[in-house]
Design a protein around this ligand. Sequence first.
Ligand code: KG4
Ligand code: ZN
Length: 352
Amino acid sequence: MPAQKILAIESSCDECAAAVVDTERNIFSDVIHTQIDIHKRFGGVVPEVASREHIKVVHECVQTALERAKVKASEVDAVAVTQGPGLAGPLMVGVHFAKGFALAREIPLIGVHHLEGHIQASSSMPNALEAPFVALIVSGGHTSLLRFDGPGRIQILGQTLDDAAGEAFDKSAKLMGLGYPGGREVDERAERGDPQRFVFPIALRQKDSLDFSFSGVKTSLRVQYQKEVSKGQLATDESAHDTLVNDMCACLRRVIVDALILKTERAVKKTGLQKLVIGGGVSANSLLRSEFMNWGARKNIEVQIPEHRYCTDNAVMIGLAAIDYFKVGSFAAPSMSATPSLPLPSSLLQEV
Ligand code: KG4
Ligand code: ZN
């Protein structure tokens, strides 16, 4: 059968994205309209504002994705869309647009779990790892260790009990007066900072836990940051303040990566799986990337991390995750609706 074309749409948070991929995992276009500049002034995503922006741009995003892919609407064989989890309003915009497109052209609709998208974000890389593997998804909304046995067959091994890793980066950045979202800036500043100057705690170290907790790191950073600032001279010494922030960033990045490696190593041991796929916005972090690659080489574990552009939210990953559903004809009913707290599919598809 010749390769079939899938139009994919992602709108779960503050990125409106559309892409065209085919069933051979070729990527033809990748369009992302980010709302970061709009939400920046509020210091976080405002759901209602995000929904309105999605409504404004979704049509143009899809149009541009089709044009860049040189694919006519009539040549699309299926539409994939993020069904959840995410923000209700933004999800609804993508889901309704996808439903309308599929209905008008009488083609199948596929609802994708956002985390399954992040897991599949690197699946078009040459020599991509085959299931089963452990997946570590680290983003602004999630920090989860998963066992991936194949499309639609995902089990939670551990997850954060409070803040996600990205959230810890973003909230700490905000506290130190950095921009939103803060993960990238923290990463850049950390390169110039001293990772030994402050000690932040790793929570839930106890033997068996595969869960994470990052709210204590954020609190510890706040207390130590305020203590330093209250010493007074920083208010007039810009360069000392800059050094303080860089050092805080380096220590924050260090402790988050250490916590992720500690729990991931346990998950790998527990499952006996020697393969790890990482995904989500925080997997763009430079220390995370180098440390996990070194760790994998030391422990003889294959580690796969997406290219930078596919770490943060995008529609390519949604299209890639939809391929196996398309191949076995597992389509969404016309009544499918956006599901803000969609559970991970644990037994949706059998062997593909
Ligand atoms: O996957 P994503 O785009 O959205 C969610 O599904 O949440 O992830 C966004 C998160 C934000 O918290 C952002 O600060 C973080 O990814 N992030 C980073 C880096 N780039 C993005 N965190 C640490 N280092 C980075 N280089
Ligand atoms: Zn995401």
